[in-house]
Design a binder for this molecule. Structure first.
Ligand code: DUC
Ligand code: ZN
Length: 484
């Protein structure tokens, strides 16, 4: 019997740091050897002419989560969502547990585990959305959950159902500092959005394209600056999610220039879609409604420039898929719902990596190593999964995507596995596609076909992220009560 379960031979192995030709030997779901001319394995994959990359980590996805504003039914449970992720070259997803205001966070965690168990086809870890930072949540539930491996917390500065005040945000940030967690912020100014929305609706301006007018860059810029400031005062790192505007990206750059531990994520919808997509005839634009909204073409260029300049650490999908032709989907509030009653969210779990590879690497905007960092390694590091996940190294889980860098594909809803009736990227031509996805040593997708099985995915308990551990040990400049 062969010593190795799997050998991936002749490929070019790429990590966030290095690129080189070697074989990868896998045993019991982990990488055990990297080298030349490895002995035959129980099974073999010839990756000649291909790239051997760490499997993607989509660290911002919403699975089996109804819309908080419209109550729309999500298109994906943990099975279809993770199948689609796997077919897009991902081996780990990080969905959200959402606390309902007034309800227990611990109970929400139990509920999301029930949704995932027996279904998830690839590994998963959870972020916690804290909508109600009560005494019980901050004093008991959150500290215990962080110790149990839920080490990232998301807070919202907008959306009535989720929004917390600045004071509450400081309480959450201080709790994260004490317990060793990282806080992610949805940074938009809720009052500005409401005020603009009321004025637009008052003038009868209800079409999907006005979503952009109600969510302008300054509303994101202000909230991004505020989130950075609150985190500075609490003495913790912060991660701004789904940065949609060049103006918000500037705030991130400004903060890093001051050596503040500020991290940022953007998403394909802001790199590949624009206000033009919201302005399609009839309700077509509704397919691209999300918050923040895709901006102007110039804004898109600013985001690409920021990506190339290293302002972003993550490109995640913010996959929140709601079917279009479904009375409980995107238009759950009516076939002609005004822009603010259209369900927010865009599918992207499967298209994220090919879009970024094609638009980023193939177009010469980022290196292959940066692609790996943005799509896998940085997420593993920022969320406490590294080095088990996010890299190709001896001892890491054998989570690997083999890419054909020349494969040309036209993105189309029929090609994807998310059960959706549309993709906002319909007709876009990309070069480079993940042709084999391997999760802990097992092939789960080959040539566009899912070959894994439901329930094979494991829950991953996250360690306290390194950046959060460092913050907890350092004196907080503005909060003398938070000494190490
Ligand atoms: N915006 C979010 O903040 N979450 C999911 C969907 C969206 O568009
Ligand atoms: Zn989201």
């Amino acid at each position: 019997m062969a010593d190795l379960d799997l050998v991936i031979r002749n490929g070019t192995v790429v990590t966030a740091a290095d690129t080189g030709r070697c074989d990868v030997g896998v045993k019991d779901g982990r990488i055990v050897v990297l080298g030349e001319a490895l002995a035959r394995g129980e099974s073999e994959i010839d990756a000649g002419g291909k790239l051997v990359l760490p499997g993607g980590i989509d660290s911002h996805v919403h699975l089996d989560q109804p819309s908080p504003e419209t109550g729309a039914r999500p298109a994906n449970d943990f099975l279809s969502g993770t199948v689609s992720a796997a077919c897009g070259g991902n081996t780990t997803v990080m969905p959200f547990v959402r606390q309902i205001k007034g309800a227990s966070l611990r109970e929400a965690v139990r509920e999301y585990h029930r949704r995932a168990e027996g279904k998830a086809a690839i590994d998963y870890a959870f972020h916690l959305i804290v909508a109600d930072p009560s005494e019980t949540v901050l004093g008991q539930e959150l500290p215990a959950l962080i110790r149990d491996g839920y080490t990232s917390i998301k807070i919202y500065l907008t959306y009535d159902a989720l929004r917390i005040s600045d004071r509450q945000a400081l309480d959450v940030l201080a709790c994260a500092r004490r317990e060793g967690a990282i806080v992610m912020v949805h940074a938009e100014n809720g009052d500005c959005i409401k005020w603009l929305t009321d004025r637009l609706l008052g003038k009868g301006l209800t079409a999907p394209k006005f979503k952009g007018a109600a969510h302008p860059p300054p509303a994101e810029r202000e909230a991004t600056h505020r989130a950075i400031t609150l985190a500075e005062i609490a003495g913790v790192p912060v991660l701004i999610v789904h940065v949609a505007s060049g103006e918000a990206a500037e705030q991130v750059r400004w903060a890093r220039g001051r050596r503040l531990p500020v991290f940022a994520e953007t998403c394909p919808q802001y790199l590949f879609l624009s206000e033009k997509d919201l302005d399609k005839p009839g309700m077509e634009g509704a397919k691209c409604v999300c918050a923040p909204a895709p901006g102007s073409p110039e804004n898109q260029r600013a985001l690409w420039a920021a990506l190339a300049a290293g302002t972003f650490h993550l490109v995640s999908s913010d996959h929140a898929a709601f079917r279009f032709d479904d009375p409980r989907g995107k238009l759950a509030q009516g076939a002609n719902a005004p822009f603010n009653r259209i369900t927010n969210g865009i599918p992207g779990i499967e298209a994220r990596l090919p879009l970024l590879f094609s638009g980023g690497v193939r177009e010469g905007r980022i290196s292959l190593n940066t692609f790996v960092a943005l799509s896998a390694t940085n997420a593993a590091k920022l969320y406490g999964l590294y080095p088990r996940k996010g890299t190709i190294a001896v001892g890491a889980d054998a989570d690997i995507a083999i890419w054909d860098p020349e494969r040309e594909v036209t993105i189309s809803v029929g090609l994807l596995h998310d059960g959706m009736d549309y993709t906002p990227y319909e007709g876009m031509r990309v070069r480079g596609w993940p042709v084999v996805t391997i999760c802990r040593g097992e092939v789960v997708c080959r040539d566009f076909a899912f070959v894994g099985r439901a329930g094979r995915g494991n829950f991953l308990a996250c360690e306290p992220p390194e950046v959060a551990r460092r913050a907890g040990g350092a004196p907080a400049r503005f909060d003398p009560a938070a000494g190490p």
